[in-house]
Design a protein. Structure first.
Length: 263
């Protein structure tokens, strides 16, 4: 039967054996590890993960047609969850031995990443996440301060994760080929990170700053704080700088102050 990939589900399947092996190698799976793969598709990466014999392998696939393919391929050797990855909860997998893999559907890649980052205790139960993004999104995640890619996604991602780029991957490694390059990243949850009352405050702050990324930071500071001059003195901020000139830590400090002063 011919399988018609659904664009709406970002169905670009990896067909490059070298890339598949590289992804699994980066995961460093040990036999006591639990592995979750989101969006397994037809199971090309799943097979490679399975060969490493983790203690348990759970895959979460939204497309019912692919769940059927996976059931045929793996029978009861893995757990196949036919569900939206955005609705999946990790309560049952709160071991400190979890590794998450995902060649992510590009239309929800930033949402699922934000969900993982905001998941409480992710640093306690998850060892690492090996994730594939559209290159342009990966560039924003790993951007340095003072560059055009630096922004909301950089600040949120680096709040709780150490992020490292592994490789760029050409469109030809996928079938059907996407129009753009992809990038593989590894995320290791940080043990020490800024604690916020509500991570939504960090998102709110970065939203206010980066909605007008060309404006000087005096404007967003004024919108966020009545006493913006005190805040700028306290954090030693030059009000003429632009949002991309501040570093990640400065945004976490601004969020801490916001939570103590505004709430
Ligand atoms: N892992 C496979 C590979 O590398 O060849 C497939 C990756 S493909 C880029 C993304 C996969 O995620 C597809 O199988 C698609 O059906 C699935 N998917 C898309 N949206 C999803 C969602 N919200 N929840 C779970 N799976 C989803």
């Amino acid at each position: 039967m011919k399988f018609n990939p659904k664009k709406s589900l970002g169905q670009n399947f990896l067909v490059d054996n070298k890339v598949l092996s590289k992804i699994v190698e980066i995961g460093e799976i040990e036999h006591q590890d639990f592995v979750i793969e989101v969006g397994p598709g037809n199971g090309a990466l799943t097979e490679k993960i399975f060969e490493k014999k983790p203690k348990k392998l759970i895959v979460i696939e939204k497309d019912n047609r692919l769940s059927v393919v996976l059931k045929k391929k793996f029978s009861n050797n893995i757990s196949i969850v036919n569900q939206d990855m955005m609705d999946f909860t990790y309560e049952d997998y709160q071991t400190n031995k979890l590794i998450i893999f995902g060649n992510l559907p590009y239309n929800i890649s930033t949402q699922i990443l934000a969900k993982w980052i905001k998941t409480e205790n992710i640093d306690k139960f998850c060892k690492r996440l090996i994730l594939m993004f559209q290159k342009e999104v990966a560039d924003r995640i790993i951007a340095e301060t003072n560059t055009k890619h630096f922004g909301r996604l950089t600040i949120l991602s680096n709040w709780k994760m150490e992020v490292k780029k592994i490789i760029d991957i050409e469109p030809e490694s996928f079938k059907p080929s996407p129009k753009v390059k992809s990038t593989l990243l590894i995320f290791v949850p940080k043990k020490n990170f800024y604690e916020f009352n509500d991570p939504k405050n960090l998102e709110h702050i970065t939203n206010v700053f980066f909605t007008q990324r060309r404006k000087m930071i005096k404007k967003p500071l004024k919108l966020l704080f009545k006493n913006y001059e005190d805040v700028s003195k306290k954090l030693n901020l030059d009000l003429k700088l632009r949002p991309q000139n501040l570093d990640n830590v400065t945004y976490y400090e601004i969020c801490k102050l916001y939570e103590s002063l505004v709430k």
